[in-house]
Each structure stands twice: as C-alpha cells, then as structure tokens.
Design a protein around this ligand. Sequence first.
Ligand code: GTP
Ligand code: MG
Ligand code: ZN
Length: 313
Amino acid sequence: MSLHLQAGVSSAGRVVASHGRDASVLDDSGRRIHCRLQGRRLAVVCGDRVLWIAARSEGTAGIIVEVLPRANLLARLTLRGEAEPVAANLTQLVAVVAPVPAPDFGLCDRYLAAAEWNGLRACIVANKSDLAGQAQLLAAVLDDYSRIGYAVLHASRRSADGAAALRERLAGETSVLVGQSGVGKSSLTNVLVPGVEAAVDVVSRARATGRHTTSTSSLYGLPSGGELIDSPGVRDFSPPLPAPRAVVDGFREIAGISGHCRFRDCLHRREPGCAVAAACDDGRISARRFASYRRLLELAETMAERAPPRVRR
Ligand SMILES: Nc1nc2c(ncn2[C@@H]2O[C@H](COP(=O)(O)OP(=O)(O)OP(=O)(O)O)[C@@H](O)[C@H]2O)c(=O)[nH]1
Ligand SMILES: [Mg+2]
Ligand SMILES: [Zn+2]
C-alpha cells in the first residue's frame, strides 16, 4: 500500500513507539508509518492517538500534526518536579516484580497508587517463578497484595501456565508493563507477542546501542486480544502527586477505612479518632503499605508547598 494522501488531509493513527521527535504510528489498516512531530510544541508517547499527514522528506513517511485528547496519562515525576509522560490511553497497569533484582515494593506501591489515581485496573506479576527458592521470599508481601484485592499472577518465560493466565488478564485491555530494570518485562513480552523480535521497530533500530535493556516503550497487539506496552525499567519512580488529602485514594485498603476516621480531613497521622491508625495497630493495614502512604503524603505536601501561591483577590 502506498501513501496516496491528499496534501493537508490528515489520517488517524496510534503511536506504537516514540523517541524524541520520531514516532512509529499504526494507521487504521494496521500499517506502520515512520513519522516526525510537527513543530516544537507537540510531544507524544506510546498509546497516543494522533492525526498525521504524509511527508515529502526522505526517510520520513508522515508528520504528526495533532495529539488527540488522552483518556488518561501515566507520567513520572522528574527531579525538577515536572510530569514526564510515560504512556497514554491505558486501561491496565501491570507491576512486574521478581526475586532478582532485589524487589523494591515501595516502587510497586507507587505504581499501584498511580494506577488508582488514574482509574486503571492494576495487577501484579511475580515473574521468574522458576527461581523457586528465592521466590518464597516474596510470598508474604504478595499475600498482602492479594488480601487487599490485587490479582497476583505468577509467571516465568518458561511457564506456559503463567502465560495463559496472563493472556487472559490482558485480553481486551491496553496494559503497560512497569517495574524495575531486569525483572523480565521484555522477556514476558516476547512470550506473549509471538514474533516480536522479528518486528524490530524503526525507532529502536536507529538507536541500537548494543545493550539489552529497553530504552523506549513499544506497544504491541496481542494475538489473544488487547494491547501490551513494554516500558523501560526504572531505578525509581514517583507519579505526579495529587493534593495531600487525595493521596489516600492511591491505597485502596487505607482509603476503605479512612471513612471511619473522626475527622473528615484526617490525614492519618495519629489524629484523635483515626480509624487508619487503629487498623495499623491491629494489623488490618500492613505497616509496609502504611509507610508507603506516609512517604507519598509527605512528598505531596512538599510539592504543594512548592507550587506557586495563588493570586490574591
Ligand atoms: N530465571 C529467569 N530469568 C529471567 C526470566 N525472564 C527474564 N529473565 C532474565 O532477566 C534478565 C532481564 O530480562 P529483561 O526481559 O531484559 O528485563 P526487563 O524488565 O525488560 O529489563 P529493562 O528493559 O531493563 O527494564 C535477563 O537476563 C533475562 O534472561 C525468567 O522467567 N526466569
Ligand atoms: Mg526491557
Ligand atoms: Zn485517619
């Protein structure tokens, strides 16, 4: 199929990979188009729906001229306090953990909070289940997540059972795999999307570094239905934070109890009559999860102080 588009007439497409000013766009017929962004102001991420026009310049087939409104946006907070987009138009976040590298469950909690604030479904994949001895170390923490209603799926690139359950969970969803670098997100992607290694994306080929870590997110269609975004692993992650009072909504088991606190604006820092404090004391809320909540609350307060003061009337 050739690009016989009338000058100035735009077509719709989906960003399946992006790097800097380059992006790969899938059009409605499933054709992959190498695009550049028009102007300086546009920025796209994987999952974005865009309008593009045919380009005349060599090496580029299209030019993205507009980003359509996003249903939601997963973003990370940069050191400068800005929100950097990670992926858009998601329905599900899949937090991947493994016995190796040493798991950071605080990071997992921050991803889950981002999912809750964005109204995304969320689940946890305990990957590398073949490392059985070490996997036991994770069991207690994973039980805590199950107890508060997060599905925990066990997987490994060698387990067909794990892959089947995961496929079922991903069907019909636009999911993003997130987690520490090296937990096996790309290995899982290779299991779930047959032939993905063959489908080398124009963006990453141009930037081949010889390293095996993922440097840019890619979106793949799943044969069993749904879409999967493999994202680069992180050392740390914090989502942009809501107002301090809304932080609790990122922690479903704490939010569930907070309605019973004496004060409606209770932030659960040992205020009198705090039902959350009572639930921490009797073990209904895990100390580890509560510490994650407190850390994000403090960060949200710092960010709120930093925000420019409102103009006085
Ligand atoms: N034992 C075992 N090792 C695995 C499994 N899956 C992946 N690995 C290994 O873990 C390492 C990291 O795998 P990747 O798939 O590149 O991890 P990733 O999460 O995509 O890492 P980033 O792209 O850096 O975020 C590689 O050495 C894999 O061989 C598994 O199921 N079991
Ligand atoms: Mg990877
Ligand atoms: Zn309280």
